[in-house]
Design a protein around this ligand. Structure first.
Ligand code: IVH
Length: 714
């Protein structure tokens, strides 16, 4: 920065001329950005906190006096998520998916059946599967442009991950250039650390007084997320590739464009040609028996392999089938993970206590004598509910067999009754009042759970709801997690969701808290600002309504479009004879019990005032559908009835929705089009009575092929 601008800073803000203010804001923006980079990315601040704060303060004063000069790159707009973490953000398009699970051979049969049903294949038609180990590491996406490695990112939440390009560049197994590749291609795979390397790394770390990792996966993750790439370079990371993401010209699901491999298996050949490691166990399985044989073989080899695997992944080989099968929520229908049996161990129950969840459910939790299961120390296990404890007769002091499967909370499988002390400890009784707020606890008929009736006067429920509100799939406020909510709640800084968006008013109080400071308070406030605009589906999910998970939230968002529409409809649906109620339960995927929970949520005044508070603070964005404006069925309500031959009902529904249509379960005045296959009965008749257009499957196929205009549809 030049001397004369420094001199400007001696001029009190109220004497500052506008054109000088303009120059000074530009200089401050650049200077503060450089300090942020030094602090977060390089971990090497160049000024003291006080000097930094003085710059921020000066910037804020000038901005306040000249609001029309506030720059797009003002430090107050810029700081936030990305910077606070030290890694830039990379969005994944198409998203990085997770996988459904199969735990038994029956589940795998069901996986094959589902595929056959969805694609309307005969039972004789072979379905080739590519099977390979499920590597217990962390997934990454590597982007190559014109054959050069340009960017690498972690999975993050699947939609957005962290930019760890320079760290990945240090890995020998990742080629810097690839030949004969599409102009742009992202390849995806799993970074891991071998068991041998993990043990010797831990030994070195221990000797040097550094961090010792719990298992190879944590070691791999910790090594990749280093601020200094030379640290990563010194860590023995490896990778197996198994998927692609964006390829020049692909569609939103990741197919088409410059993809010229016909199946999953040919893609692996291509990966190998480019120089990427592909797992040597990867095999094309022609039959179900081949698939099971590989599973058995890997189950045996597992113990002697030098890397951790937790199952076998099955993927449909044909790409045209993959594309038709598509996704459910975040997982492809064309792939699944067949998990190995969970690891087991025995230990003692030291205590049983009760956790109160977001919706008031009282969950008994066993505190165990710590024990290592599959490389992880386990100290607690969920006991689910009263019936579970009773059925297994679990008592304090018992020796129990526990199991841990992947990241799932450990379970108690059985009690060793022979080891029970005598006199036997008393059977466990669920409390009849909430241990957190003392309100009455009730167990409703037909329900397994005891529930606290305290609603939001119960601090545990209120806090859990707030934690859910800021969690990763909800508001996801960077640097503001469950621990902060807990502390802010205790101190009365945040009592309701909307309070979070008024924290700027408490900036000084936050900055003065132990472990905080000006900079971290400002970062928090910036991260919160960053989330003031939120997609409708995320918003609905964040409310933590019972039974309303992400998939349901998305269904509701797509059906109602805007927050106001949704809210009005939910309030109107309280009248079970209303059209609003009929419309709600008519949504494929929403049944009467879920409808009850939605209506129940809106029936509570307290919830309405929470919503009102939030509406003032937020911009809740309308649901945006993919551009389906040239689709003949965009915005139309369709009903399928009878049998379809070329595709299953599920595929027909998915295809219709992808073209912007809504699919309803019953025919009404609002129905625009009924697709009736052979065997259609009452729905077809009702459509005819109401004068709703009815077409057959051939006509439906024409719509899918884009031939609809000739049919003068609708
Ligand atoms: S395929 C669309 N193959 O498992 C398919 N995933 O539980 C995307 N994983 O996020 C994944 N080994 O991190 C695939 N051979 C393998 C894998 C694998 C490990 C991980 C991956 C994914 C997670 C899902």
């Amino acid at each position: 920065m030049s001397e004369d601008r420094n001199a400007l800073r001696d001029i009190p803000v109220d004497k500052l001329l506008k054109h000088d203010a303009y120059d000074e804001l530009a200089a401050l923006a650049a200077e503060i950005a450089a300090h942020d980079a030094a602090y977060y990315q390089e971990d090497a601040p160049k000024v003291s906190d006080a000097e930094y704060d003085a710059l921020r303060k000066r910037n804020d004063e000038i901005e306040r006096k000249f609001p029309d000069l506030v720059r797009d790159d003002s430090p107050n707009k810029r700081v936030g998520a990305a910077v606070a973490q030290g890694f830039g953000k990379v969005s994944h398009n198409p998203p990085m998916l997770s996988l459904g699970n199969a735990f038994s051979a029956d589940d795998v049969v069901e996986f094959y059946d589902r595929i056959r049903r969805f694609l309307s294949l005969s039972p004789e038609e072979p379905v080739e599967i590519v099977a390979e180990p499920k590597i217990d590491g962390l997934s990454v996406s590597l982007r190559y442009e014109n054959g050069k490695f340009k960017q690498g990112a972690t999975r993050g939440d699947g939609r957005e991950g962290e930019d760890v390009t320079e760290n990945l560049r240090t890995m020998r197994e990742i080629p810097d250039t690839i030949e004969d590749a599409p102009a742009v291609i992202e390849v995806r795979g799993e970074v891991y650390m071998s068991k041998t390397d993990f043990l010797s790394l831990n030994q070195r770390q221990d000797e040097a007084g550094g961090k010792v990792f719990a298992n190879p996966r944590n070691a791999a993750a910790g090594s990749l997320r280093q601020k200094d790439p030379s640290v990563t370079a010194a860590r023995p990371l490896k990778i197996f590739l198994y998927a692609w993401g964006y390829v020049s010209g692909v569609n939103a699901q990741g197919y088409g464009g410059e993809i010229d491999w016909p199946d999953q298996w040919s893609f692996y050949d291509r990966l190998k040609k480019w120089g990427f490691p592909v797992n040597p166990y990867a095999t094309v399985c022609k039959t179900f028996d081949d698939t099971m044989a590989l599973y058995e073989r890997l189950g045996t080899d597992r113990a002697t392999l030098d890397y951790d695997i937790d199952g076998v992944v099955y993927k449909v080989n044909r790409l045209d089938w993959q594309q038709r099968l598509g996704f459910v929520s975040r997982a492809p229908r064309w792939a699944t993970a067949h998990k190995f049996p969970a690891e087991k161990a025995t230990t003692l129950v030291n205590k049983i206590d009760i956790q109160v969840g977001r919706t008031g459910t009282l969950t008994p939790v066993a505190h165990l004598e710590p024990i290592t299961v599959g490389g992880v120390v386990v100290q607690r296990a969920t006991l689910h509910n009263e019936d579970y404890i009773r059925e297994k007769d679990i008592r304090v002091g018992d020796r129990v067999l526990i199991q841990r499967a992947g990241d799932v909370i450990p379970q108690v499988l059985e009690v060793d009754l022979d080891a029970r002390k005598s006199p036997a400890p008393d059977p466990f009784e669920m409390p009849h009042t909430c241990p957190e707020c003392g309100s009455l606890a009730v167990r409703e008929e037909g329900q397994a759970a005891w529930r606290c009736t305290g609603g939001l006067i119960c601090p545990a429920q209120a806090v859990e709801r707030l934690k859910h509100f800021v969690s990763r799939d909800a508001f996801d406020i960077e640097g503001f997690g469950a621990k902060h909510i807990e502390a802010f709640w205790q101190e009365g800084i945040v009592k309701a969701p909307a309070d979070i968006f008024r924290l700027a008013e408490k900036r000084d109080e936050i900055a003065g808290r132990e472990g905080w400071g000006e900079k971290s308070a400002d970062n928090l406030i910036a991260a919160i600002e960053h989330r003031r605009a939120i997609e409708l589906a995320r918003f609905i999910y964040s409310l933590g309504i019972r039974q309303v998970g992400q998939a349901t939230a998305r269904l509701l968002a797509s059906r109602y479009g805007s927050f106001a529409n949704w809210r009005d409809a939910m309030i109107a649906a309280a009248d079970r004879n209303s059209e609003a109620y009929a419309e709600l339960v008519d949504i494929d995927g929403i049944g009467p019990s879920m409808a009850d929970d939605l209506i129940g949520f809106f029936a509570e005044d307290h919830n309405l005032s929470v919503l009102e508070g939030l509406e003032h603070e937020l911009q809740i964005e309308d649901f945006v559908t993919a551009d389906t404006s040239d689709s003949p069925i965009s915005g139309k309500t369709l009903v399928f009835t009878g049998n379809l031959e070329a595709m299953s009902r599920g595929e027909a529904k998915a295809r219709a929705e992808a073209m912007g249509a809504k699919v309803a379960g019953s025919v009404s005045k609002k129905t625009d089009l009924v697709i009736a296959g052979p065997g259609a009965g009452s729905k077809r008749k009702k459509a005819e009575d109401l004068g709703v257009q009815v077409i057959d499957e051939d006509a439906w196929m024409k719509i899918l092929d884009g031939d609809a205009p000739q049919m003068q549809l609708l």
